[in-house]
Design a protein around this ligand. Structure first.
Ligand SMILES: Nc1ncnc2c1ncn2[C@@H]1O[C@H](COP(=O)(O)OP(=O)(O)OP(=O)(O)O)[C@@H](O)[C@H]1O
Length: 241
């Protein structure tokens, strides 16, 4: 069985006494692309941090491929709103960072460098591997961040509003490139966003997170006209996107 199946079972989360998420249950299949859509403060980032293993549920449990989260290769990788590249390192060296952590660079520098260059080419920056982040556009920097995220061969990629700093044209191209890369790798994609068009472009199923504490209120399966379908669904609702 390919890895990347996620089960969220009756998860609730509190920051201190503040209930942020209540009784969240989700089943996400290997290679599936889903989005969680909700307004600011609904608990989207908190849910993603739980899926990444950066926070522990106050109640309930999360399993990846039937087991607890661990740090092995294939562990979910989180991509943030901002690329968060190290400015003194080239694009290539930024992509090599996870391979340093996994000790792959020390074991075989040539193979690790070839892998980083291959990933940089896959995200469309083949000519810019030596460039410093400050010499790259915002969209190009986010592409380097994507290559870095892919360097540890994650079975699950978690996206936290990764396009909000980009213009419409750039984000549209990047969204479709991410989906194509995820499909080619059979990677599970989980996006959290308040943006309807990002959710519609990045997912086949959308879960609406609303209320305080946040609950999954609805599941929308997208058809041929995802944005129209979603806009019709949300018409008149103030608590989502
Ligand atoms: N470290 C923290 N300590 C205490 N409360 C927090 C912490 N992080 C988030 N919160 C609270 O938890 C709630 C959910 O925050 P979260 O960042 O998950 O929402 P969000 O839907 O991702 O919002 P946004 O779209 O604005 O990023 C908010 O009320 C927030 O104030």
């Amino acid at each position: 069985m390919r890895p990347g199946q996620i089960s969220v079972n009756h998860v609730s989360f509190y920051y201190g006494h503040e209930a942020v998420l209540s009784d969240i249950s989700l089943d996400i299949g290997t290679g599936e692309h889903i989005a969680v859509l909700g307004r600011s403060g609904a608990g989207k980032s908190t849910l993603l941090h739980l899926l990444a293993g950066l926070l522990q549920p106050s109640r309930g449990s999360i399993a990846i491929d039937g087991g607890a989260l661990n740090n092995e290769i294939g562990h979910p990788v989180l991509m943030f709103q901002r690329p968060a590249l190290l400015p003194w390192l080239s694009a290539r060296d930024n992509v090599l960072l996870p391979l340093h952590f996994a000790n792959a660079v020390r074991l075989d520098r040539a193979a690790a460098t070839a892998k980083a260059d291959g990933l940089i080419a896959q995200v469309g920056l083949g000519e810019r591997a030596d460039a410093l982040p400050t010499h790259l556009s915002g969209g190009q920097q986010q592409r380097v961040a994507l290559a870095r995220a892919l360097a540890s061969d994650p079975a699950v990629l978690l996206l936290d509003e990764p396009f909000s700093a980009l213009d419409q044209d750039t984000r549209a191209v990047l969204r479709s490139d991410i989906r194509a890369l995820a499909r080619a790798r059979g990677m599970t994609l989980v996006t959290v966003t308040h943006d309807l068009s990002d959710a519609a472009a990045l997912a086949d199923r959308i879960f609406v997170l609303a209320g305080a504490p946040g609950r999954i209120e609805r599941e929308v399966v997208l058809g041929d006209n995802p944005e129209d379908e979603l806009r019709a669904y949300f018409a008149g609702r103030r608590d989502a996107a």
